[in-house]
Design a protein around this ligand. Structure first.
Ligand code: NAD
Length: 250
């Protein structure tokens, strides 16, 4: 182990209150494309649908369901990779207090991180909810309905709009998750960014908050981020390889 990876290993070894902040980059090794990687990122192929457009137009909503069901079960088929497993190990040994994730794939929980240690800032794409009464809907049921009728109907309970349980661009952030993320960030002694371009706010403000409160800041990302110059340690590399190298035995 050399250079920045060795520095990261030393920071992790000293940490008593590690907070991991993950983005789409930790799940690319599970086969889920991120948004902004050059060439493979989804952004260039499939622009996200903003919340106000989804709410305003039944046509846009059906187009969004078509996109969801015609692109195949990418998230459902994915399995946690070594990066998720190393983070789950740090949580299990008590070193990592919380995982704040921008991801919507549920892979941290499937790697073994308890639900109450994962803070999902952008929701979860593996189920849906009514925007009005918040009734939960399973995607398999909605897909069967879509394949049978060519559309997803409004909520059976209150006629509200049903939407994947993610936070879309322009949708208000979930208050409870933001409050919890703020609290664990302020209590961190090491804040580790893993696989995020740090370009989606307000989530991307958390690393700076952590550092302002006295935490060390470490970043592992394939490409540079705008916070690299202020971080205590930066590793430009693959997450699976990097986190495997720095994982400490129990
Ligand atoms: P992003 O796409 O903006 O950035 C991902 C970063 O990860 C890139 O800078 C890339 O260089 C890096 N990266 C990709 N694979 C890597 C690897 N194997 N090792 C190290 N680095 C790697 O992602 P973001 O910052 O999370 O913001 C995008 C938004 O899109 C998030 O809000 C998230 O909700 C959503 N999203 C989620 C998923 C998911 O749940 N898996 C997938 C795509 C997008």
């Amino acid at each position: 182990m050399t250079g920045a990876v060795a520095e990261l290993a030393a920071l992790i070894a000293q940490a008593r209150s590690l907070v991991c902040f993950t983005g789409a980059g930790i799940s690319t090794e599970s086969g889920i494309p991120d948004f902004r990687s050059p060439g493979t990122g989804l952004w260039t192929k499939m622009k996200p649908i903003p919340f106000d457009e989804f709410v305003a137009s039944a046509e846009v909503r059906q187009a969004s369901w078509r996109r969801r069901f015609e692109s195949g079960p990418v998230i459902e088929r994915a399995a946690p990779n070594v990066g998720h497993e190393v983070i789950a190990h740090w949580v299990a040994e008590g070193r990592c207090r919380a995982v704040i994730t921008q991801n919507v794939d549920g892979l941290h929980q499937r790697a073994g991180v308890p639900d109450d240690r994962v803070i999902e800032l952008h929701g979860n794409a593996t189920f849906a909810r009514c925007l009005a009464c918040h009734r939960r809907y399973e995607l398999a049921d909605l897909e069967a309905q879509y394949r049978g009728t060519g559309q997803v109907a409004d909520c059976a309970n209150c006629h509200g709009i049903i939407k994947s349980a993610t936070i879309s661009f322009g949708q208000p952030m979930p208050e409870d998750e933001m409050r919890r993320a703020d609290a664990v960030t302020r209590a961190a002694d090491l804040f580790l960014v893993a696989g995020s371009s740090l370009s989606v706010y307000p989530a991307a403000a958390l690393p700076e908050l952590a550092q302002a409160q006295g935490a060390r800041l470490a970043i592992v990302n394939r490409e540079p981020t705008h916070l690299d110059s202020m971080a205590d340690c930066v590793v430009h590399g693959e997450l699976g390889t990097t986190l495997s190298l720095v994982k400490r035995p129990s």
